[in-house]
Design a protein around this ligand. Structure first.
Ligand code: BES
Ligand code: MN
Ligand code: ZN
Length: 486
């Protein structure tokens, strides 16, 4: 999708050279400001009850008199928050997506002119709405004809809208990378595929990529990661990505993404229902790839490292068994009581590996627990951090990216559940508070740097009729990284 800015005053919209016009309207809209033709249509629609300023309401008009564009959509918003505008655009685009429009001009007819945060939200929403998965379904609904979306703004606020558009575009491109990668089935998106994708992105967008295989991982002593990978015929990969935007000596931010390309549960096998969704268990890894794509486009003055431990979690004759004890790279031993709690096992070794970068902060991102979905549902990602400053930074990044998270506790009492008679810790605790015990497990590997953990089990994909990856939390992570550079 090609996003542009079109400097146009509201009153001139009826002459605008696009073949579709989407007007965001609400309580603050002065119909007269839209000129006679469009203003008249709006007043009439409201009076006839065919449009109301309620969330989700919109009206499509085909070839209305007095307007050059052959398609006009009025999309109602309640208030002018970026989130409200995003919802209105989503509703409006649903009307236009399957139609013949090629160039859509989006304009805000609300009281205040479009600002940067609103522009960013609109670009994100449009890019999101127009994505279609095709890799293994080339017959998917014909691609929308829309080629270009322009944001209308006045001369006075062009610079702000341009900034919002650029950031929105970078985030949208990153989220699309994450979505596409996570949507691909387990037999396509293997650990080797993730490594290839990282290399391809690194070449195209200018960051360094190094891929370690089994031999190197053995040498590093990553006993937990190796234990998870040992049941699979697919070779494991440990992907290291480095974006250099600041002085060599500047401490980097490190992102660690869970890259389980399929989670059967291993010997602690999962039930059959919905097991297909465990192809999304590399959503954390996908979000790290996507964030690198976005960050490399924005070129902030910061150093960023991405670590992706990637393998399958399979049962079989060579698979790790309940009760097996392994030694992590940190030297701590782990009794694997449940082979389905594999995410924390691959992450703990990656978190120890992160120490070598002397990081300013480490954030891991993982589809870690079903318990987090029970706690928070699908709207907010779970955020865990013993560091108040880092936690609030991530909360703010989530708000700015309309990709929200919610802080969860890490009291030491939760740690007791991880006691083992045969190792330094067990890999599972009691069922209650499962998202917290998982985070407590990771915390034991993060003493050397400020650390936060995002449990994205509820936010990384949707189930049901709209099954598919969401591209989250690329917006949150991108805002976080850019905020650190500022
Ligand atoms: N990948 C799953 C977490 C998950 C489950 C995400 C369902 C989304 C939906 C993870 O590896 C897992 O299996 N976690 C277990 C942990 C348990 C064994 C302590 C879980 O949540 O059931
Ligand atoms: Mn699992
Ligand atoms: Zn998993």
């Amino acid at each position: 999708m090609d996003f542009k800015i079109q400097v146009t005053e509201l009153k001139d919209l009826r002459q605008a050279p696009a073949d579709a016009l989407l007007l965001l309207v609400g309580e603050g809209t002065e119909p007269a400001s839209l000129g006679k033709a469009l203003g008249g249509l709006l007043t009439q629609a409201l009076a006839d009850g065919d449009l109301a300023y309620k969330a989700g309401r919109c009206l499509y008009l085909h070839k209305p008199a007095g307007v050059k564009a052959p398609r006009v959509v009025f999309a109602a918003t309640t208030g002018d928050s970026p989130k409200a505008l995003r919802a209105a655009l989503q509703a409006g685009l649903a009307q236009l997506k399957a139609g013949g429009a090629r160039h859509l001009l989006v304009a805000s007819a609300l009281a205040a002119p479009l600002n940067a945060a609103q522009a960013q939200a609109l670009v994100g929403a449009a890019s999101d709405a127009l994505y279609t998965y095709r890799h293994t379904k080339p017959s998917a609904a014909a691609a929308p004809k829309l080629q270009r979306i322009s944001l209308a703004c006045g001369v006075a606020n062009t610079a702000a809208v341009r900034d919002g558009l650029h950031l929105g575009e970078a985030i949208a491109a990153g989220a699309a990378v994450a979505r596409e990668c996570a949507n691909r089935p387990g037999n396509h998106a293997t650990p080797s595929h993730l490594a290839d994708e990282a290399r391809r992105l690194g070449k195209a967008h200018g960051f360094e990529v190094q891929v370690l295989g089994r031999k190197e991982v053995e040498k590093l002593g990553m006993g937990c990661f190796l234990a998870v990978a040992q049941g699979s015929a697919q070779p494991l990969k440990f992907i290291v990505m480095q974006y250099h935007g600041a002085a060599k000596a500047a401490a980097p931010v490190v992102l660690v993404g869970k890259g389980i390309t399929f989670d059967t549960g291993g010997i602690s096998l999962k039930p059959a229902a919905e097991m297909d969704e465990m192809k999304f268990d590399m959503g954390g890894a996908a979000s790290v790839l996507g964030t690198f794509r976005a960050v490399a486009q924005m070129k902030p003055k910061i150093n960023l490292v991405g670590l992706i431990p990637s393998c399958e979690n399979m049962p079989g004759g060579t698979a790790v068994k309940p009760g097996d004890v392994v030694t992590s790279m940190s030297g701590q031993t782990v009794e694997i009581l449940n082979t389905d709690a594999e995410g924390r096992l691959i992450l703990c070794d990656a978190l120890t590996y992160a120490e070598r970068f002397k990081p300013a902060a480490v954030v891991d991102i993982a589809t870690l627990t079903g318990a987090c979905v029970i706690a928070l549902g699908h709207h907010r990602s779970g955020l865990f951090s013993p560091d108040d400053a880092l936690a609030s930074e991530l909360e703010r990044a989530g708000q700015a990216g309309l990709d929200p998270c919610w802080r969860m506790p890490l009291d030491e009492e939760y740690d007791e559940g991880l006691k083992s008679n045969f190792a330094d810790m067990a890999n599972v605790g009691p069922r209650a508070g499962g998202a917290v015990t998982a985070a407590m497990f990771l915390k034991r590997y993060t003493a050397k740097y400020p650390w936060a953990h995002l449990d994205i089990a509820g936010s990384a994909w949707k189930s049901g009729a709209a099954k598919g990856a969401t591209g989250r939390p690329v917006p949150l992570l991108t805002h976080f990284v850019l905020g650190r550079a500022a």
